[in-house]
Design a protein around this ligand. Structure first.
Ligand SMILES: Nc1ncnc2c1ncn2[C@@H]1O[C@H](COP(=O)(O)OP(=O)(O)OP(=O)(O)O)[C@@H](O)[C@H]1O
Length: 580
């Protein structure tokens, strides 16, 4: 059997069969049908020529039947041109350039028709004028970007039944489509039994069938109907370039913070009050960038005290030091900082219980405490005691206005304390991840299958957000806060930062400190100052404490601190806290 097949193929190669067409309709009819189909398919491109032909025929008919109608045609032309220029009717045009084009074309075509009706279209040079006018009026038409986009969309809609079959979405229908600034979007009606997950899993196939670049198609569930969704096709990536930070949008913690913009140019707004937030993403995905936007906003809030933990030696958070009441850069300092936060929490819980108030309302006099942790996994690895404190804050902090904002490369079960901490974080920002399963780690189980494809994000700062009011997988890009802007913002708000309320301060003061500044006996205040600065705790000593310890006045203390800061003998650890 096999040898017959080989012989047969060889014979076929030597004696190729002529290809035979057996038309089941006359050739002229088939040719006319093909021409008709081509004319219909390219009707938009042919519109200037079609218009010229219609004008010529109309001119001929009018000249023979109503040669005296030219004043009426002229009057109608003026009215139509004015309507097009002033209102964009009847095409619903909104742009000035489009209205100007429509008005000019209407005026020229109407004038030509009026003259042709009066004199006859074959009267020289009327026909020449008509043929020549097709080119200058056709060029803007052929080149118009939105028209071409609309035509492309029309063709996709017509071809959708076939495409859907190829893609594996047989029976789905495009109900409507709109061309927008970045591309187009269509409302899809799925066949009963199909779901949005089916569409999401076929996104690469849709991109291939539509001939778009990879990553150009987005699918959003219709919140009102499980069998419908919106498919967005982005011809241009709206997030291709960095988006500069416009400055803080929040003035109190209750105000929503604007993190960046979605692909439809709507801002990403999220309020941090009584919420913990997790920011996850691989290295260089823009975690510190998102933290900078949040810190830039919180620095402008008069009802927030900011503490920071940065175990990369303060590399990321130190630029914000003027606005941070505390900054921990070692595991020991971090553990102490979180222990103090738990003490604040306990004191506030006690006071709330005593006063019968359920929640702590942040005010400038009794501010919220927000603890920003850069690289949480590092903290979990190097300071296991700190993790217990962090979990306690995550569990109890929301009502008492002690919030956590943690960034991490990979919130593994180990790093997140078996998930206890992560489950308390109701704001999740997922930047680019290296492995697909990290999406579920950062956001939640099943989010990858639901279309939160963070592994396809292709530039730093691009993210998905899961929070109240953000439950659809929509791509966004964070604003870019440059180093210079960080410096300017930190300097601008440094003087306006509130202090913790007396209750919280007292709770911290009663915490056992690892290093107690000794009370020096020496008579030389300069020597005393240097000794206490040398032996100051990691978070430094305040001017008030230095006054008490040296017995000197405020002006003397500030002058000496300034002098020692210039020579590098003393430094400000955070705003108003000094040590050597
Ligand atoms: N929103 C953004 N728009 C444009 N560029 C950004 C944005 N965010 C960050 N970048 C750029 O991406 C690079 C890495 O950003 P960033 O340091 O924030 O990443 P990261 O995730 O914190 O990295 P690492 O894990 O190493 O700390 C920086 O050069 C930064 O300028």
């Amino acid at each position: 059997m096999r040898s017959y097949g080989r012989r047969h193929r060889r014979w076929n190669r030597r004696n190729p069969q002529p290809l035979l067409f057996v038309p089941d309709e006359p050739l002229t009819l088939a040719a006319l049908a093909a021409i008709g189909r081509a004319l219909y398919r390219y009707r938009s491109e042919l519109a200037p020529i079609t218009t010229a032909v219609i004008l010529a025929v109309a001119g001929l008919i009018l000249h023979h039947t109503h040669p005296g109608a030219w004043p009426l045609i002229a009057a109608l032309t003026v009215a139509a041109a004015l309507a097009a220029a002033l209102r964009g009717v009847p095409w619903g045009l909104t742009r000035t350039a489009e209205r100007a084009y429509a008005a000019t074309t209407t005026a020229v075509a109407g004038t030509w028709l009026a003259v042709a009706a009066a004199l006859g279209p074959v009267r020289s040079p009327l026909l020449t004028v008509l043929v020549v006018a097709v080119v200058p009026f056709g060029i803007p038409w052929w080149g118009h970007r939105r028209r071409r986009a609309r035509v492309r969309v029309d063709r996709v809609i017509n071809a959708w039944p076939n495409l859907a079959e190829v893609i594996g979405l047989t029976g789905s229908r495009i109900m409507s489509a709109v061309v927008d600034t970045w591309g187009w979007r269509a409302r899809l009606k799925l066949r009963p039994g199909q779901s949005v997950t089916d569409v999401v899993t076929r996104v690469p196939a849709i991109e291939s069938a539509l001939g778009t670049r990879p990553g150009a198609v987005r699918v959003e569930q219709d919140p009102a109907h499980a069998g419908r969704c919106t498919m967005r096709v982005l011809a241009i990536d709206p997030h291709a370039g960095a988006i500069p930070w416009p400055g803080p949008t929040a003035r109190t913690l209750a105000d929503p913070i604007e993190l960046g913009v979605f692909e439809d140019a709507t801002p990403v707004r999220v309020a941090l009050l009584r919420k913990h937030a997790l920011i996850g993403g691989t290295t260089d995905s823009g975690k510190s960038g998102v933290l900078n936007v949040v810190l830039g906003n919180l620095a402008a809030c008069a009802d927030v005290v900011l503490w920071g933990i940065d175990l990369k030696g303060g590399m990321e958070l130190r630029p914000w030091a003027p606005c941070l009441a505390r900054l921990a850069t070692t595991p020991e300092e971090a553990t102490e900082l979180l222990a103090d936060a738990v003490a604040v929490l306990d004191a506030r819980a006690h006071a709330s219980g005593r006063d019968n108030s359920r929640v702590w309302e942040p005010t400038p006099a009794a501010p919220a405490l927000v603890i920003v942790i850069d690289e949480y996994a590092e903290l979990a690895d190097t300071a296991p005691d700190a993790v217990g404190h962090a979990e306690s804050i995550a569990r109890r902090g929301r009502a008492l206005a002690v919030d956590l904002l943690a960034a991490t490369q990979r919130p593994t079960q180990k790093a997140m304390g078996g998930g206890a901490l992560r489950s308390q974080m109701s704001i999740r920002v997922c930047l680019r991840v290296r492995e697909r399963r990290d999406v579920d780690l950062i956001l939640d189980k099943g989010m990858l299958t639901d279309g939160w494809h963070a592994h396809t994000l292709d530039a730093p700062g691009k993210f998905y957000i899961l929070a109240d009011g953000h439950d659809q997988p929509r791509r966004a890009r964070a604003y870019l806060v440059t180093d210079e802007l960080v410096r300017q913002t930190a300097a601008r708000y440094a003087d306006q930062r509130p202090d913790l309320d007396p209750l919280s301060r007292a709770a911290i003061d009663h915490q056992p400190k690892p290093i107690e500044p000794p009370r020096p006996a020496a008579d030389d205040p300069e020597q005393t100052l240097l000794t206490v600065l040398d032996q100051a705790p990691a978070d430094g000593l305040t001017a008030r404490e230095l006054i008490d310890l040296t017995g000197m006045g405020r002006t003397w203390i500030y002058n000496r601190l300034q002098a020692h800061a210039t020579t590098g003998r003393a430094r400000q650890v955070t705003r108003g806290h000094w040590r050597t």
